[in-house]
Ligand binder design. Structure first.
Ligand code: GLY
Length: 332
């Protein structure tokens, strides 16, 4: 693991003032040194998978395997995320996920390719692989997003078998929770997988899957299935995904903002930092309480991640192997 880095918002504000004074940046106080698009970097030779958290490494590596076997980048994203969805020990994604306040596991997922095709499901029940249903929405319907009972009905109509998603272990935890109704810690409740990737040909895709906020209100939808919030892919620029408190990410279209910074010339690392800073600056809450975390890859295969949660890590897999990297922590 690399050494944790911290980035101060106060430092940024003085840098930003200087940047604005030079007239180098328009559209708000953005650090000039972040927007350096003078010369294209040498593209990475080969594919790269970038994802939130240590547990997503298996998704990255599955994605690599799928590509090596001749699958498409979208196949790699879907099959990679399916690995995480199957993991009963992960209590924030699909099978074994934490239920809502009524004891029902409701899942959110989305997928997007390099030419702005997108599919999404929200608050879907009894479905083992919401990421696959999101892809079916994208490829087999005229719509982008299906929710709740409609999403489930569509999945079953496509031959998906219903699955009980509430494990005995999570059911018992939920019963304990009913007695105290204590809020879950962020560590327990927001370990969404966002997986973004660039193929050897420079094409980009991404996906996202979560069981969302533990013991959420029935029907609550987070950022993860919202195109532009939990995930955004612009094939001409880059791809970004988020993990954290969806209510905060979705009010700012967080992943779109990361991609927008990249479109204006920022390295993926700087784009993630600037996004967290921007949201923290605008929002009345303390940044430390917002749980905003992003990872990104650009069309050249460069990657980065930043968040307001100290200890946020991201997984990167290339032909050279996998790495778990400390994301930059943005502080007040
Ligand atoms: N980021 C996952 C959620 O808030 O649902």
């Amino acid at each position: 693991m690399s050494t944790p880095q911290q980035f101060s918002r106060r430092t940024f504000l003085s840098t930003a003032a200087a940047a604005t004074a030079t007239g180098l940046v328009s559209g708000g106080p953005v650090a000039a040194d972040v927007m350096t698009a003078a010369v294209d970097p040498t593209p990475l030779d080969g594919p790269i998978f970038v994802s939130t958290h240590a547990f997503a490494r298996v998704a990255n590596e599955k994605g690599m395997e799928i590509l090596a076997a001749g699958g498409s980048l979208l196949d790699a994203i879907e099959m990679g995320i399916r690995e995480t969805e199957l993991d009963a020990d992960n209590h924030s994604v699909a099978f074994g996920g934490t239920p809502n306040a009524d004891g029902v596991v409701q899942l959110d997922a989305c997928i997007m390719d390099h030419i702005y095709n997108a599919g999404s499901v929200a608050a879907i029940e009894d479905i083992l692989h919401p990421i696959s249903v999101a892809r079916m929405v994208m490829e087999r319907t005229k719509h982008v997003m299906l929710v709740g009972a409609g999403a489930r009905k569509f999945a079953l109509s496509q031959g998906v078998e219903p699955t009980n998603m509430l494990t005995e272990d999570r059911r018992q935890r939920w019963e304990e929770w009913l007695k105290t109704q204590e809020a879950m810690s962020l560590e327990e409740s927001h370990d969404t997988i966002a997986l973004v990737a660039r193929g050897a040909d420079g094409k980009l895709s991404g996906g996202c899957s979560t069981s969302g906020w533990g013991y959420k209100m029935a029907g609550r939808v987070g950022d993860s299935p919202i195109i532009g919030s939990g995930l955004y892919v612009d094939g001409q620029v880059g791809a970004a995904g988020s993990t954290g408190l969806g209510e905060n990410v979705m009010r700012y279209c967080g992943s779109f903002m990361v991609v927008d910074f990249m479109a204006r010339g920022a390295h993926p690392q700087d784009a993630c930092i600037e996004t967290v800073r921007t949201m923290g600056r605008k929002d009345p809450q303390d940044l430390q309480d917002m749980s905003l975390n992003f990872c990104a890859v650009d069309r050249f295969g460069r990657h980065g991640a930043a968040g307001s949660d100290a200890g946020f890590h991201y997984s990167v897999t290339t032909r050279e192997g996998s790495q778990l990297i400390n994301a930059v922590t943005v502080v007040e």
